[in-house]
Design a protein around this ligand. Structure first.
Ligand code: CUA
Length: 156
């Protein structure tokens, strides 16, 4: 079989690139410890959410000046607590888990967008600078009433 010279060069180039990329991947993964963000650093028993702190007392509490901590549980088809209220300019630290299936936790118009996995404790913080009603939506299909799964955070 005859292979054109230019084609040989091109094949060689492709093969060389393959090893260069594998090399980079190997060095970054094994020598530099670069890993995807997949640590399951905080898990609880998903069947005991309502008995496990802090989810035994879901709610919002002030932790500092203009700083709040919201502990929430996602379930089919809603979130506890049902309604949250903070003054404008507050930073809210959300701590969320699910007691049944995978749900979403998205606040449209912000960077808040988490997947809520049963038993996995997910955390995100957001500063609400503008007053208004912010929707918290489920963006993972979780069953028949998925599209009604929401709650609100009221910023005054
Ligand atoms: Cu919960 Cu969709």
């Amino acid at each position: 079989m005859h292979i054109h010279r230019l084609e040989k060069i091109w094949l060689g180039f492709g093969l060389a690139m393959l090893f260069v990329f594998l090399g980079i991947l190997g060095v970054s993964a094994f020598a530099m410890g670069v890993q995807p963000p997949s640590e399951h650093h905080h898990m609880i028993d998903p069947t005991k959410v309502s008995e496990t702190a802090p989810f035994d007392q879901p709610g919002i509490k002030q932790v500092a000046d203009k700083e709040y901590e919201a502990v929430m549980v996602a379930f089919a088809f809603g979130y506890t607590p049902e309604k949250l209220e903070v003054p404008a300019g507050s930073t809210v630290h959300f701590t969320v888990t699910s007691q049944d299936v995978i749900h979403g936790f998205e606040i449209p118009g912000t960077n808040v967008n988490m997947m809520i996995i049963p038993g996995e404790v997910s955390q995100v913080s957001h500063q609400f600078t503008k007053p208004g009603e912010y929707l918290i939506l489920c963006n993972e299909y979780c069953g028949g009433a998925h599209e009604y799964m929401m709650t609100k955070i009221i910023v005054k």
